[in-house]
Design a protein around this ligand. Structure first.
Ligand code: NAD
Length: 375
C-alpha cells in the first residue's frame, strides 16, 4: 500500500499534505510513503526530514508510480497524476463547485476523488475537518493582517505622552474563523463586537468577552441551514441587517468578514456606501474574498484603498501560516485515513456515512449527490 505526497503547484500554495509526523504514523500502519522532492520546503520541512521519518523522496513520476492513495492540499489536474494504481484515491481540498472540468478529469482517469471539505460535521469526524483547522488559522491571521495595515495600535495605552485608545474591531460571521478572530483581537487588547445570522453564536460571542450585534427586528429569523452551516437570508432580514451594520460600521476601526454559505457565493455584507462611511485609516479584511467577497470593492489577492479605507483581500490565508496549516491539514488527513484503516486489507475502507459524503468520483463517473443534477 503506497501513499504519495505531492508538491503543490497552485500559485501561492505553500502548504503540504503530510509532515514527518504523519509520514511516521502512516509507516507505522504498514504503508509505504513517497514524498515528491521539495514538497515541504515552503512549509519549512526539508526532504531530509521526510526521509528520516521513513519516506522515500523522489521526483513526481517515481512518487506517483503505483500509488494507491495520493495526498494533496489542493486538487491537481488529473493529467498530472499518471502512473498511479488503477482506482487510486486522491484526498485533498478539491473545491468541487469551482472547477467541474477538473472533477470530470478525475472520473475519466478512473480516480476515486475524495473532497476533504465535504467531510460531514459529525462528532467522530471533527478531527478530520480541514475547513475547521484551516479557518481557525485564517481567523487568527486576518487579525494580524489587519493590525499590520492599521496605522494605530490595538490596545489602549496610557503613556506619559498621553493615551492611545483601543481599536474597535467588528467581526462579521462567527463560525470557526470568526471565533478565532474575536479571540485574537481581544488578546491584542481591542474592543470587539461581532454579528452572525445564527443566534446560537450570541452566547459564544459573549463568552469571548465581545459584544453581540444582532438583528432583533425581524421575527422568526434563524439563519441555521443544514449541517450547522448558514443558509441564505430573506430580503427582509438582509435589509434589517444592512441598516444595523450601517450605523455600527461607521464607528469601527477594523472589520473582519468571514461569512460563507456552502455551494453559493458569499453573502454581501458591506456595501461601497458603508465602506465610504468609515474613517480614513480603517481596515477591512475580507476572508470570503475568494468566494465572491463579503465586501463590495474587495479584490482577491489585493489590498484596495478607497477614501483611505484599506480593504485587504488575501487569497488562501491559511497558507500564509504554512507550517502550522500543514501540520493541522496533515493530521486531518491522517486522522481520516487511520480511522478507516483495515488491518487485514492493509488499507483504509470507508463506511457509507463518510464515504458517500466526500467521494466525488468512482468507476469513471461523478457520484456525489451534491454534484449531480438533482442536488
Ligand atoms: P462558515 O465558514 O460556513 O461561515 C462563517 C460564518 O458566517 C458562519 O457562522 C455563518 O453563520 C456566518 N454567516 C453566513 N451568512 C451570514 C450573513 N448573511 N451575515 C452574517 N453571518 C453570516 O462557518 P463555519 O466556520 O464552518 O461554522 C459553521 C458552524 O459549524 C459553527 O457553528 C461551527 O461551530 C460548526 N462546526 C461544527 C463542526 C463539527 O461538528 N464537526 C466542525 C466545524 C464547525
Amino acid at each position: 500500500m503506497k501513499i504519495a505526497v505531492l508538491r503543490e503547484t497552485a500559485e501561492g500554495e505553500r502548504r503540504v499534505a503530510a509532515t514527518p509526523e504523519t509520514v511516521k504514523k502512516f509507516v507505522g500502519l504498514g504503508a509505504s510513503v513517497a514524498v515528491e522532492s521539495g514538497a515541504g520546503l515552503t512549509a519549512s520541512i526539508a526532504d531530509a526530514d521526510y526521509a528520516a521519518a521513513g519516506a522515500s523522496v523522489a521526483d513526481r513520476a517515481a512518487t506517483l508510480a503505483g500509488a494507491e492513495i495520493v495526498l494533496g492540499v489542493q486538487g491537481p489536474a488529473a493529467d498530472t497524476l499518471s502512473g498511479v494504481a488503477p482506482g487510486a484515491w486522491l484526498a485533498a481540498a478539491l473545491n468541487p463547485f469551482a472547477d467541474r472540468a477538473r472533477i470530470e478529469g478525475y472520473a475519466a482517469a478512473g480516480l476515486e476523488a475524495l473532497a476533504m471539505e465535504f467531510m460531514p460535521r459529525i462528532t467522530r469526524a471533527q478531527s478530520m475537518d480541514i475547513l475547521s483547522s484551516q479557518s481557525n488559522l485564517a481567523g487568527y491571521k486576518a487579525v494580524l493582517d489587519a493590525a499590520s495595515v492599521y496605522g494605530r495600535a490595538f490596545p489602549m495605552m496610557m503613556t506619559a505622552a498621553g493615551t492611545v485608545s483601543a481599536a474597535r474591531v467588528f467581526v462579521m460571521g462567527v463560525g470557526v474563523a470568526g471565533l478565532q478572530a474575536i479571540a485574537t483581537a481581544r488578546r491584542l487588547g481591542a474592543q470587539v463586537s461581532a454579528t452572525d445570522v445564527r443566534s446560537a453564536t450570541k452566547e459564544q460571542i459573549l463568552s469571548l468577552g465581545a459584544k453581540p450585534v444582532f438583528v432583533e427586528s425581524v421575527a422568526g429569523i434563524e439563519g441555521e441551514g443544514s449541517g450547522g452551516y448558514a443558509g441564505e437570508m430573506s430580503p427582509e432580514y438582509q435589509a434589517a441587517q444592512a441598516e444595523l451594520v450601517s450605523s455600527h460600521i461607521a464607528k469601527q476601526d477594523i472589520v473582519i468578514t468571514t461569512a460563507l454559505i456552502p455551494g453559493r457565493p458569499a453573502p454581501r455584507l458591506i456595501s461601497a456606501a458603508q465602506v465610504a462611511s468609515m474613517r480614513p485609516g480603517s481596515v477591512i479584511v475580507d476572508l470570503a474574498v475568494e468566494s465572491g467577497g463579503n465586501v463590495e470593492g474587495a479584490v482577491a489577492g489585493e489590498t484596495v484603498v478607497v477614501n483611505g479605507v484599506s480593504i485587504v483581500g488575501h487569497r488562501n490565508v491559511a497558507s500564509r501560516l504554512a507550517a502550522d496549516a500543514s501540520a493541522l491539514f496533515s493530521r486531518n488527513l491522517f486522522n481520516f485515513l487511520s480511522a478507516f484503516w483495515d488491518k487485514e486489507a492493509g488499507k483504509p475502507v470507508l463506511d457509507a456515512e463518510i464515504g458517500d459524503a466526500i467521494r466525488l468520483t468512482q468507476g469513471g463517473k461523478i457520484v456525489n449527490a451534491r454534484l449531480l443534477p438533482a442536488a
